[in-house]
Design a protein around this ligand. Structure first.
Ligand SMILES: Cc1cc2nc3c(=O)[nH]c(=O)nc-3n(C[C@H](O)[C@H](O)[C@H](O)COP(=O)(O)O)c2cc1C
Length: 312
């Protein structure tokens, strides 16, 4: 849908921007007087190779602005996939963001976090007025490429990087992942589970997305079809996605007349029930296809193991 720039609403604008998946950084600084701060930021981007410049932007209302203003340097800590807690921690205002947080001291005293994917230590190069944000450009003076799998952010939700399904095409016509299963990893249950989910998703997700619904929207319809009337809190429990994503899905489904909200409770419409039935059909057909060669007893054992693991 086209939103003319004269009349767009900020929520819709943010959601449209959320289509651009990013990594997540914690950007840190220390003033000459010893005050430190760190801000979770996904506005980080590269600018120039020669000279080596990067940028990010900070909300002018941020309590950390004055620290970045007074500091000579800042450090960009690119978070790894297992650092969600750090991302959440540095997204909250606090008088002492580093209390209980392991860190070293980088250039200009900027705190450096251990076990990230990469760290870029920068001296401040230029600050540009960018509407309600300051755009901070840094000149990279030192960097560490630790190479850990990065934490991603997409549509208000944390995510991880999985190779695209199409990477499987190679000269021998066999997926690299399948060949790897012949090696030592083939006995590692975690590896097997991730490969199995990937194989399943490769087939299933395009079919689900072809209905025109995103994952959160499809999940909400499928939940509402079974429970019919739920509050936002109950939906959050069931759908297991971030609040912002569930709220956005609820808004879109209402716009499409698939869901209605009365007295704070969400209810599927007749049109929504038809759509949910199609989604369940796709899910059932995929399950049938993927598990058709597996016997009932084996399937029952598999379901039991998955349920046990999920409850952990
Ligand atoms: C994933 C994510 C990305 C964020 N990106 C930015 C950003 O690029 N710039 C910004 O100013 N705030 C961003 N924020 C919000 C800040 O992290 C948050 O407002 C700040 O840490 C609050 O503390 P403060 O008082 O030090 O500003 C982001 C938050 C999250 C969860």
């Amino acid at each position: 849908m086209t939103n003319p720039v004269t009349a767009f609403d900020p929520k819709a604008f943010r959601r449209a921007l959320g289509n651009f998946a990013t990594g997540i950084t914690v950007i840190t600084a220390r003033t000459p007087g010893g005050e430190m701060s760190g801000v979770t930021a996904n506005s980080f981007n590269s600018v120039s190779l020669d000279p080596p410049l990067i940028l990010w932007s900070i909300d002018k209302r941020s309590g950390s602005c004055r620290i970045f203003e007074a500091a000579t340097h800042f450090a960009v800590n690119v978070l790894a996939a297992d650092q969600i807690d750090l991302s959440n921690h540095f997204a909250r205002p606090s008088d002492d963001k580093f209390a209980g947080i392991a860190h070293g001291a980088g250039l200009g005293g900027a705190p450096v976090l251990p076990d990230c994917s990469a760290v870029f230590q920068c001296e401040k190069y230029e600050t540009v007025d960018g509407g309600d944000h300051w755009i901070l450009i840094g000149k990279v003076v030192s960097f560490d490429d630790i190479g850990r799998s990065p934490l991603l952010y997409h549509q208000g939700a944390y995510s991880v990087a999985l190779p695209h399904a199409r990477f499987a095409d190679n000269a021998e016509g066999q997926a690299p992942a399948l060949r790897a299963l012949e090696g030592r990893l083939s006995t590692n249950l975690y590896y097997l589970m991730t490969q199995a989910v990937r194989a399943y998703q490769q087939d299933y997700q395009p079919l689900q997305l072809a209905t025109g619904l995103r994952t959160g929207e499809a999940r909400m319809l499928m939940v509402l079809e079974q429970d019919r009337q739920l509050s936002l809190e109950a939906l959050l429990d069931e759908i297991n996605l971030p609040r912002s994503e569930v709220e956005a899905a609820a808004e879109i489904l209402q716009r499409k007349l698939l869901v209605a909200c009365r007295d704070g409770r969400y209810q599927i419409t007749a049109k929504g029930i038809e759509q949910a039935a199609r989604l369940w059909q796709i899910a059932a057909a995929e399950q049938q296809k993927m598990f058709s060669a597996i016997g009932d007893d084996e399937l029952a054992a598999f379901r039991k193991v998955l349920t046990l693991l999920a409850a952990n």
